[in-house]
Design a binder for this molecule. Structure first.
Ligand SMILES: Nc1nc2c(c(=O)[nH]1)N[C@H]1C(S)=C(S)[C@@H](COP(=O)(O)O)O[C@H]1N2
Ligand SMILES: [Mo]
Length: 337
């Protein structure tokens, strides 16, 4: 199936110039003006990613992944006229309950997660099931930079430059059978490295599980990500492989995936199991359907502080309505929240 993205999410590089790119260009020009050979800059700064995200700590990716990321198609999809959230906020204000429930816990605790070696299982209703080393799993796909809004159900949001590939490309390869109606994702279960799984946070029946309808997963905006800000994913953001579905609340975008299953029944997701009346299977961003305990009409865009809360109106489908609304034309979004 070939779906053409609508104009509103396509862009050219000139649409966004985040501070980091601007500053990096100045560094380059300054170096050139001073008669410095560019080759005297460190390798990271000379790379395309380093030029874009000069203020971001270089990652520690294995060589094979660093090479794949260096070959990313930059700025394939972006957000017009909205600044990219600083790397510091995107990596220190996180939800990843496997590492604790405070926003600062994932950054503090996720260092214990071992992401290499990593393997991913594909099973269920597929013609080509298997278990793949991550490097082999990624081999067939061109990585692209996708700059997306991320809207958490808790009414805060960010703009994050992800690196990944459409899940549709994977689905076309593994050949779902005619019985496959949904796709189910599972996060690593490893209490040794994930302190949140061994604490008394007994509400969650680990591992974390999420799911999509197959046609949602086939949408070109739905991606599997391996990087952000020009480098590999930091552990707290779901290394080494996570889902990103920009028109849905953030909890759908499951982190540190080890298993992808094609299934015939709608999977029971973690947040539905905890509180089905508050967190639905669809979880499409919708300013007109409030959470039972708070309004979804507005959101705090990070960075957000007491004196500059940076509040904005929440957009239908998180601003991706032109692209995705047709997936839900037969659905009562009030019932299917
Ligand atoms: N495995 C797992 N995935 C998860 C979560 C989690 O607790 N565990 N939290 C979700 C929520 S609520 C949000 S808002 C996003 C946050 O992603 P970020 O920390 O990269 O911004 O991850 C989602 N994916
Ligand atoms: Mo969230």
């Amino acid at each position: 199936m070939l779906i053409k993205l609508r104009q509103s999410s396509e862009c050219t590089e000139s649409d966004v110039t985040p501070e980091s790119i601007y500053l990096a260009r100045r560094t380059f020009m300054g170096a050139a003006a001073a008669g410095m050979a560019l080759s005297s800059l460190p390798a990271w700064a000379q790379s395309a990613a380093g030029e874009r995200y000069a203020d971001v700590e270089p990652g520690k990716a294995p060589d094979w992944l660093a090479e794949r990321i260096a070959a990313t198609k930059w700025n394939a999809v972006t957000v017009k006229d909205e600044a990219i959230t600083p790397f510091q906020d995107a990596t220190h204000y996180n939800n990843f309950y496997e590492f604790g429930t405070d926003k600062s816990d994932p950054a503090a605790n996720a260092g214990s997660l071992k992401t290499e070696p990593w393997s991913v299982v594909i099973d269920g209703e597929v013609g080509k099931p298997g278990r793949y080393a991550l490097e082999d799993f990624l081999k067939p796909y061109q990585l692209e930079e996708r700059i997306y809004r991320l809207r958490c159900v808790e009414a805060w949001s960010m703009v994050i430059p992800w690196i990944g590939f459409p899940i549709s490309a994977l689905l076309n390869k593994v050949e779902p059978t005619s019985a496959a109606k949904y796709i189910r994702f599972e996060t690593l279960k490893d209490p040794e490295s994930m302190p949140g799984q061994r604490s008394n946070f007994a509400l969650i029946d680990w591992p974390y599980v999420e799911g999509l309808r197959l046609d949602e997963a086939m949408h070109p905006l739905a991606i599997l990500a391996v990087g952000m800000y020009g480098r590999e994913l930091p552990n707290q953001n779901g290394a080494p492989l996570r889902l990103v579905v920009p028109w849905k609340y953030g909890f759908k975008s499951i982190k540190s995936i080890v298993r992808i299953s094609l299934v015939s029944e709608q999977p029971k997701t973690t947040w539905q199991s905890i509180a089905a009346q508050e967190y639905g299977f669809y979880a499409n961003v919708n300013p007109t359907v409030d959470h039972p305990r708070w309004s979804q009409a507005r959101e705090r865009r990070l960075p957000s502080g007491l004196f500059s809360p940076n509040v904005r109106e929440t957009q239908m489908f998180n601003g991706y309505a032109d692209e995705v609304a047709s997936l839900y034309s037969n659905l009562d979004l009030r019932k299917n929240y």
